[in-house]
Ligand binder design. Structure first.
Ligand code: ZN
Length: 430
């Protein structure tokens, strides 16, 4: 399979970034959290791009050391001044309400209110993103400039939210291949109106699932769209029987900003997943960073915990916490752009292409170099790395190994291997 050469449902590659950005725009206004109707609505929209099973795990269920929390839903929330003006209004921006705020309906003295307000003085126009999932609390987030205008002695505080037994929702898409060995993609779906973290990951995962679902492939593919931390824990605790099939995995996050691609390796560090991603990034010819695993960051923390140690890395552009717009209202529809979204998509697809085509071959004329000229291959020998393929097709080295050793582009080596197979000089053995 050469996914690189196939259009996505006939979407022109140059338009792909626009399509992914359009999905980001569609999801942007929804108030998401780790549970609730905003998360469900998000999964239903993604379901229209990729055939998802939407699963519901009841509140109170165990997931290893954790418990599925109560379900949070919110209809309205505001701070109102004495003239009846909503000076902070959830309906204008869902970041204004701290996630998982308990219901409140009271008058609050300014001093009490200040203890529940969050701002970013270093960026006085931005609204920070805050939540309190596992401790009952309430709060509002606002720009520091808006805070400075709150000079009345008392305000009405209203949060029309519910925290009740319900469910944690997640979406799962599975596309069987010729092998039951799996490649896992995981994207967190719990952040409200924040684009890079992580509508970019969700939208790219949706388009990847749509692409994979429409093609034949060697690996089976599983896509998970779930709330961070508790979502993977819920999935892992209910699917331990499937984990031995996961041969590769990528967490997708922060994929639409202008920064260069950053790959965080799996805990294993030199798993084929890690090596394939690095070769795909190298072959892209654009700058990139690779950093080792740390037990911080996104949901690779769960997949790579020592009880699983799955080969799951994380592909990003600017990493979480490393750009000022992170977890603020400035992570908006301007901060993510079609071109980096399309670029991230193509690099992930190139990684899939490496994994799908990473076979071992055996040189059938290993004593000396075979004469390529009379087989019509001499002119292509240098570009396609034919001598490298012939020399290392010893039954032990795969095309990915040869790509690393030789520095040749993987796609060229695949083309070279196909040509050598056609002339009977090598054969595929695994
Ligand atoms: Zn985040």
């Amino acid at each position: 399979m050469d996914l690189n050469n196939d259009p996505v449902d006939h979407i022109d590659e140059k338009d792909l970034g626009e399509h992914i950005h359009a999905l980001v725009r569609r999801l942007y206004p929804i108030c998401r959290s780790i549970t609730g109707d905003g998360l469900r609505k998000t999964l239903r929209i993604i379901n229209s791009y990729a055939a998802l099973e939407i699963r519901e795990v009841p509140s109170g269920s165990r997931a290893y050391d954790w418990q599925i929390p109560r379900e949070w839903n919110v209809r309205d929330a505001y701070i109102r001044d004495s003239l009846g003006n909503r000076v902070v209004d959830f309906k204008k921006n869902n970041l204004h309400l701290m996630g998982y705020s308990v219901p409140v309906n009271k008058k609050a003295k300014r001093e009490e209110l200040l203890g529940h307000l969050h701002t970013m003085p270093e960026h006085p126009d931005w609204i920070p993103y805050r939540y309190s999932y596992y401790k009952d609390d309430w709060g509002f987030c606002l720009s520091d400039n808006a805070l400075k205008a709150l000079n009345e002695p008392e305000y009405d505080v209203y949060i029309d939210s519910t925290l009740e037994n319900g469910h944690l929702s997640y979406g799962e898409a599975y596309f069987p291949g010729t092998s039951s060995d799996e490649i896992l993609f995981s994207a967190h779906a719990c952040h409200p109106s924040l684009c890079n973290d992580n509508l970019s990951g969700l939208a790219i995962a949706a388009y990847l699932a749509r692409t994979i679902g429409s093609k034949k492939h060697r690996y089976s593919y599983r896509f998970l769209f779930l709330p961070t931390t508790i979502g993977p824990l819920a999935w892992l605790s209910r699917n331990e029987d499937k984990l031995s099939r996961i041969k590769h995995g990528l967490v997708l996050a922060c994929l639409g900003d202008a920064g260069i691609s950053t790959y965080q390796e799996s805990r294993i560090g030199n798993a084929d997943t890690d090596r394939a991603m690095v070769v795909a990034l190298r072959d892209s010819g654009t700058p990139f960073n690779v950093r080792p695993f740390t037990p911080y960051g996104y949901d690779q923390r769960q997949y790579c915990s020592p009880g699983f140690n799955l080969p799951v890395g994380c592909i990003m552009r600017s990493p979480n916490g490393c750009y000022p717009e992170y977890h603020t209202s400035a992570d908006n529809l301007d901060f993510v752009q079609p071109a980096p979204l399309a670029d991230s998509f193509s690099k992930i697809l190139a990684t899939i292409n490496v994994l799908e085509n990473d076979y071992k071959y055996l040189n059938l004329r290993p004593k000396g170099e075979p004469q390529l000229g009379r087989r019509g291959l001499f002119d292509k020998a240098a570009e396609l790395g034919l001598m490298w393929i012939l020399n290392y097709s010893d039954g032990h080295h795969s095309l990915l190994d040869i790509a690393e050793i030789s520095g040749h582009r993987f796609t060229f080596l695949k083309e070279g291997a196909d040509a050598l197979v056609e002339t009977g000089l090598i054969k595929q053995i695994s």
